[in-house]
Design a protein around this ligand. Structure first.
Ligand code: 7RM
Length: 651
């Protein structure tokens, strides 16, 4: 193996948790034998497997061929026409689910709304007509820059209904980020709101949209939801109030008959180099993938109240608040605001209020809850919970155990789900009634997924070996291209490892075949020839009782090549502290070895993150190496965090 793919594994985690008997009894997949049987079928005869899944849906015209694969381009359900909005909504209206809650929504100020499948269908049809009435048509790109309200879900499903690909831009992004995305998609319409609520403040969405659109000649119409009632300006001829359009819109809007490969949405994800990539997802394959993963990974049942805490501006919100759950006819809970507003117990109050059964969140949130203290979850009734999930980053074993004990009361399985914007659906995950879990690993592949850990030459590494995480076979919800840049698509994902999709992640497979994600390959720290994943050093730091969160980056070092700079958030006060620095250094040495001792340590109240909670190590590298200029910050959630880190530097 060449050096560039080698990962040195330092942490050892040996705890194993068998599936809970009571849970397995009622689960869709009850045993490893059942999982293996179905997995083998899915991989041996993918066309048969996915064809059967697709048959559960309504097709206006049935497909001729399940998969047409010419690397790196896949077409699923070739020749078929369908509509994902139809399959999320209309399909349930002739069943008892007609009056079942589809969306249960909680606003940050405490307002709430429930929409049944029938009500949601009506709103979606009306809004689809409202869009048509202002000239939006099939194929037009529509930007959704809205707060996390029912209308955001309605907007997505209405776009899907008429075949206008949506591109959701996270409502926390600046006018500049919004502008980049409008220009890249050449969108003809922007859906926004007067404002959104965040930690009790009003985020002035319309003002940012106006600023962005001023430089975007493609935008012909803007539809504005009234949410916060703040003053805004409306531009005659271009801007329309949502509620005014809805007054006259007809509730009759047959779903467009769309080719299986019709683009459903474009979602931007930041690359390591500058410009975000517009990931393109299409209709039929994505529909089958989100449906099946939601059903089996979350063991979704009709009785469940399911809550995914993600933002709709993140792929997790697309696949696991909207499309996946609704294709299953599930009840999906959506919350508008911050986890600590008005207090740090807000999430647990929501769990208690709606009697949430399935709860899906990110490790970054879990670490924040740990920091805020057990008294908040402990003062709420969490007994309705039966399954917990995580996504977004490797979860450090410390946080996994806390989640299991304090939130799940040792009675709920945890599904640690690995996937990407690009993959569209969960790829590596336990099945809660079948898979024995170990804290810190996403375990085994989902049906139809063939991942591997390989050397740069594409050879599988042996047991316990580290390397590059790839996927060897196409899967239904895979990205189809990068919007407007197929060359970049080929280069980014299909050129590093011959014949494989390269994820950009480093990973290790253990003796049981479980996949342990080590972090992004670009973030690897190379110390005197030892390649350390950021995850391990961070995990060791966070295992210290006083540390809440940590991020490690490599910075140039004369002798070692690189050394480690650690950014640490303490549970208590954060300030320069030589004794503490020494103590944490020794702690890391004890946990994983001298090679991983950080050379620099900074204490900071917060770390720069994307909205989905991913630490932006690229920015930390810039800061740690003393550069005045930091790179692209358009996907940063809170810009003030950078300023405080830079100030620290100047102290
Ligand atoms: C869903 C999502 C993708 C990247 C991915 C990984 C990291 C996500 C896990 C994880 C370890 C996990 N889409 N990642 N889930 N790492 N364990 N369970 O996050 O496009 O925003 O990010 O996130 O590095 O490549 S994403």
């Amino acid at each position: 193996m060449t050096d560039s793919a080698k990962f040195d594994t330092l942490l050892v985690e040996s705890r194993v948790f068998k599936p809970i008997k009571e849970f397995s009894k009622g689960a869709h997949i009850k045993s490893m034998a059942a999982y293996r049987k179905m997995y083998n079928e899915s991989v041996r005869a993918p066309a048969k497997f996915w064809g059967k899944v697709a048959n559960e849906f309504h097709w206006f015209k049935k497909w001729k061929k399940v998969l047409d694969w010419k690397e790196p381009h896949a077409k699923w359900f070739v020749g078929g026409t369908t509509n994902i909005s139809y399959n999320c909504l209309d399909r349930h209206l002739t069943t008892w689910r007609k009056n079942k809650a589809a969306l249960v929504w909680e606003g940050e100020p405490g307002d709430s709304r429930t929409l049944t499948y029938q009500e949601l269908h009506r709103e979606v049809c009306k809004f689809a007509n409202a869009m048509k009435n202002v000239g939006i048509k099939k194929g037009d790109r529509v930007i959704i820059y809205m707060p996390q309200t029912p209308e955001a879900a309605i907007a997505m499903l209405a776009c899907a209904r008429i075949g206008a690909p949506h591109s959701v831009v996270f409502a926390g992004f600046s006018a500049n980020s919004l502008k980049d995305r409008i220009l890249d998609t050449e969108a003809t319409a922007v859906l926004t709101a007067d404002g959104g609520f965040r930690r009790g403040n009003i985020v002035p969405l319309k003002a940012s949209a106006d600023e962005a659109i001023a430089e975007c000649p493609s935008v012909k119409s803007v539809i504005v939801l009234r949410r916060t009632n703040n003053e805004i300006t409306m531009k005659e001829g271009r801007d329309h109030w949502w509620h005014v359009l809805m007054q006259t819109a007809s509730a009759d809007c047959p779903a467009a008959k769309l080719g299986s490969e019709h683009p459903l949405y474009i979602l931007y994800t930041s690359g390591t180099t500058g410009k975000p990539k517009g990931i393109v997802h299409t209709t039929g394959g994505y529909m089958c993938g989100t449906y099946l993963t939601s059903k089996y990974v979350f063991d979704l049942k009709d009785e469940d109240t399911y809550w995914c805490t993600a933002d709709i501006g993140w792929v997790t919100g697309h696949s696991y608040i909207i499309y996946g759950p609704m294709l299953n006819g599930a009840t999906s809970v959506m919350y508008e605001g911050a986890p600590n507003h008005p207090g740090p117990g807000r999430f647990w109050e929501i769990v208690e209020k709606y009697k949430i059964n399935i709860f899906y969140t990110a490790p970054t949130a879990i670490r924040a809850f740990m920091k805020w203290g057990d008294e908040h979850p402990n003062s709420c009734d969490l007994s309705s919970l039966r399954l917990l999930g995580t996504v977004g980053e490797p979860i450090n074993p410390e946080a996994w155990m806390w989640y299991r004990n304090v939130i799940g009361k040792k009675k709920c399985p945890i599904v640690d789900t690995w996937w990407q914007t690009e993959t569209g659906t969960i790829m590596i995950t336990p099945l809660p009634g079948a898979t024995p879990t170990k804290p810190g690993t996403a375990t085994l592949p989902f049906f139809g997924v063939v991942p591997d850990v390989v050397t740069p030459d594409g050879e599988s590494v042996g047991p316990e070996g580290g390397g590059l995480l790839v996927v060897r076979k196409p899967w239904p919800a895979m990205l189809r291209t990068i919007w407007g840049d197929d060359k970049r698509y080929r280069k980014q994902y299909w050129s590093d490892i011959k014949g494989c999709y390269f994820t950009g992640d480093g990973a290790r497979k253990d003796k049981d075949g479980y996949v342990w994600i080590m972090g992004r390959v670009d973030d690897v720290i190379n110390i005197a020839g030892h390649r350390l994943g950021t995850m391990e050093v961070e995990s060791a730091l966070v295992a210290h009782p006083d540390v809440a969160e940590a991020a490690c980056v490599g910075i140039p070092h004369e002798i070692k090549g690189e050394c480690i700079a650690a950014f640490v958030t303490m549970k208590g006060e954060n300030r320069k502290n030589v004794a503490l620095e020494k103590e944490l250094g020794q702690w890391v040495v004890k946990e994983i070895g001298a090679i991983a001792r950080p050379d620099y340590m900074r204490f900071s109240a917060a770390l720069p993150k994307t909205r989905s909670g991913k630490i932006m190590r690229r920015l930390l590298r810039d800061i740690a190496s003393g550069s005045d200029q930091v790179g692209d910050t358009t996907t940063l959630e809170d810009v003030s965090v950078l300023q405080s880190l830079q100030q620290y530097q100047d102290e």
